[in-house]
Design a protein around this ligand. Structure first.
Ligand SMILES: Cc1cc2nc3c(=O)[nH]c(=O)nc-3n(C[C@H](O)[C@H](O)[C@H](O)COP(=O)(O)O)c2cc1C
Length: 223
């Protein structure tokens, strides 16, 4: 593996928002998990708990999550950001609009944007979902370690041609997820990763996000 290969893999990966129904074999999912677990973590605590759905279990979860999202106010274990300001707000809007433009939701179309939001709870029709949680005891650092795991998972999947999308939206129903997957109360549900093969022709997969130049986030301290 060289940097070029890694960069190509990272450039290929993108968030997939429409999946084909084809199941991924359990052994292949295990391969992805086996690579992702190589992510670094503070004290090598490896704090990630991963609840993975397959087959009919995904469809049951999807139906229950949609029901939950339609009937209950969100209550994430980890509070969502209260606001995005400045450049963060700009980037948030840019990726939101890119999605809306791709799927034909126009400015002011509240029903259209609500429909698109609900696609999160349908797991974008993915055949699999991995719910990621971390011991509350480890606080923000456990969440940080799990962030690394999520990235490693997405890259490992991409290397096998499997598309992914990390989803905070799924984690917005914390109490439900604890009940549904029997996740201990002293764990924080952080996010989910829906995954499967991409429905490449779907308009929701027809755009890519960009990245800021190095100077926008790097302070060099030379000499
Ligand atoms: C922790 C995390 C949570 C996310 N939650 C959602 C989500 O709930 N719904 C969604 O459509 N995308 C979600 N995304 C995907 C981001 O919007 C996406 O990563 C970002 O716009 C960059 O685009 P890319 O992944 O295609 O490179 C999430 C990404 C991360 C890392």
């Amino acid at each position: 593996m060289d940097l070029q290969a890694l960069d190509a893999l990272m450039a290929e990966r993108h968030s997939c928002r429409a999946f084909a129904p084809t199941e991924i074999p359990k052994a292949t999912i295990a391969q992805v998990l086996a690579t992702a677990r190589r992510a670094p973590s503070w004290c090598n605590a490896q704090p990630w708990r991963v609840d993975v759905t397959r087959g009919a279990a995904t469809d049951r979860f999807r139906a229950a999550l949609i029901e939950q999202a339609q009937s209950t106010a969100p209550k994430p274990d980890l509070p969502f950001p209260g606001s995005y300001s400045g450049v963060f707000q700009d980037r948030r809007r840019a990726c939101g609009w890119a999605l809306y433009e791709a799927v034909g939701v126009t400015k002011g179309d509240r029903a259209g944007s609500a429909r698109e939001m609900m696609r999160n709870f349908a797991l974008f029709d993915a055949p699999h979902c991995a719910v990621i949680s971390s011991p509350a005891e480890l606080g923000a650092y456990g969440a940080m370690d799990c962030g690394g795991f999520v990235t490693a998972f997405c890259l490992a999947a991409q290397a096998l041609g499997i598309a992914t999308i990390p989803q905070a939206a799924v984690a917005s129903h914390g109490p439900f997820l604890h009940r549904y997957f029997d996740i201990p109360q002293d764990f924080l549900v952080l996010c989910a990763i829906s995954f499967g093969y991409s429905d490449t022709a779907h308009p929701a997969n027809g755009f890519r996000t960009d990245r800021a130049e190095l100077d926008a986030f790097t302070q060099w301290h030379d000499g």
